[in-house]
Design a protein around this ligand. Structure first.
Ligand SMILES: Cc1cc2nc3c(=O)[nH]c(=O)nc-3n(C[C@H](O)[C@H](O)[C@H](O)COP(=O)(O)O)c2cc1C
Length: 372
């Protein structure tokens, strides 16, 4: 099934290693039918060297469409092979990671965000990936790294990659990366967000698609970003830590569908069936803990949430099924919370993107050197 059969990627959940695994994506899909879901980043080498074990890394339930596979790497041959091996799994788009600052990734030669310094290689990589798949390809990057943080340098990167490869969609994590040894978590907090670079890209590359990412925490902000022209909005941490209030409103508030009549009790009943089938199939450890992990955000900011999570932690030491963990602990959560329908609650500042549009850098002009 091609991307045109799905709702447009107006809202997506970011790729997050160890977070957006099959379990989280299963939960996410129970709550939103329309959000685009990204896999965790998978290194091309992991795919290439695990050919006997591909399902473990690449298989997912059919209900997870639309779903994008993110791959990382710096070896053209492996990227080609990895894409070939992933193709039968039917992902709806292949995304290439040019934004990860982790020393485990960026420190190993040119991989992750360091690739932004080598747009020629990124263009080659995107050609190789596109040649081995029949679905669209995209790049996820930052707005720069270290001292390479001018708007013009970002544009040079976008210009070279888009003019020398079939890439038409870029996801812009709107802060630069610092490769001076700060942790990946600090790299998602310390460098300031510059949404004005994102909006300037929309102005300067009108033929390309851009998704904005970084620091967006509510559905009101998602809609505010779109109102100012964003083609798509990607949320990471907020969609993970508060799936009910974020994903629960995507279908109605972003896509205009009727508000879904679901409750968290119903979501848990369905997720429990999935979770216990995983535990039965793959064994108790570490799977029962992994299956429970995405649920821990379901009662974000609700009364007794902290106590409930503490009880779950204790229950994980004894219980052998998700059903028994939920039976033993859900008494902590009031029925009025468990049975509450989704409601649209206004939240978040919505003038951030208007301000960003008043700060646009001067328009990009391709230098003669680039044109040659
Ligand atoms: C735990 C975690 C793991 C992440 N792993 C990846 C990854 O595998 N690939 C990637 O491109 N970005 C990764 N990111 C970055 C997110 O995709 C996103 O760009 C970043 O969190 C900013 O968006 P947010 O402010 O909405 O969270 C990760 C972020 C987190 C919190």
């Amino acid at each position: 099934m091609g991307a045109e059969h799905y709702p447009p990627p107006w809202f997506s959940v970011a790729p997050m290693m160890e977070w957006t695994d099959n379990h989280y994506r299963t939960l996410a899909r129970l709550i939103s039918k329309k959000a685009w879901l990204y896999s965790e980043m998978l290194a091309a080498e992991t795919i290439v060297y695990q050919t006997g074990n591909l399902d473990r890394f690449l298989a997912y339930g059919p209900e997870q469409h639309p779903i994008v596979l993110q791959i990382g790497g710096n070896n053209l041959e492996n990227l080609a092979k990895a894409t070939q091996l992933a193709t039968p799994y039917g992902y709806d788009e292949i995304n290439f990671n040019c934004g990860c600052p982790s020393p485990r990734v960026a420190g190993h030669g040119c991989f992750g965000v360091r690739l932004m310094l080598d747009p020629k290689f990124v263009a080659e990589a995107m050609c190789v990936i596109a040649a081995n798949t029949n679905v669209p390809v995209s790049v996820k990057c930052r707005i720069g790294l270290d001292d390479h943080d001018s708007y013009n340098e970002l544009c040079d990167f976008i210009y070279k990659v888009s003019s020398q490869s079939p890439t038409r969609h870029f996801i812009i994590h709107s802060r630069k990366a610092l490769l001076n040894g700060i942790s990946p978590a600090d790299n998602r907090r310390i460098p300031p967000l510059k949404y004005e670079y994102y909006y300037a890209l929309l102005r300067d590359f009108p033929d390309l698609q851009f998704t904005i990412n970084g620091g967006i925490n509510s559905i009101d902000e998602v809609n505010a970003a779109r109102l100012e022209g964003a083609h798509g909005v990607m949320l990471g941490r907020a969609a993970y830590s508060n799936p009910w209030q974020i994903l629960g409103l995507v279908d109605s508030a972003v896509y205009g569908a009727p508000l879904r009549s679901i409750t968290r009790r119903q979501v848990l009943e369905q997720y429990q069936v999935y979770g216990d089938s995983v535990v039965r199939m793959y064994g108790l450890k570490p799977h029962i803990r992994d299956v429970m992990k995405p649920l821990l955000g379901l009662f974000h900011a609700e009364p007794r949430n902290v106590v409930w999570k503490r009880k779950v932690d204790a229950a994980l030491l004894r219980c052998t099924t998700i059903k028994s963990i939920l039976e033993e602990t859900l008494g902590e959560i009031p029925d009025r919370v468990l049975d509450a329908p989704l409601t649209e609650v206004p939240s978040g500042s919505t003038d951030t993107f208007i301000k960003a549009k008043s700060l646009l850098p001067p328009p990009y002009t391709v230098s003669e050197e680039e044109l040659l």
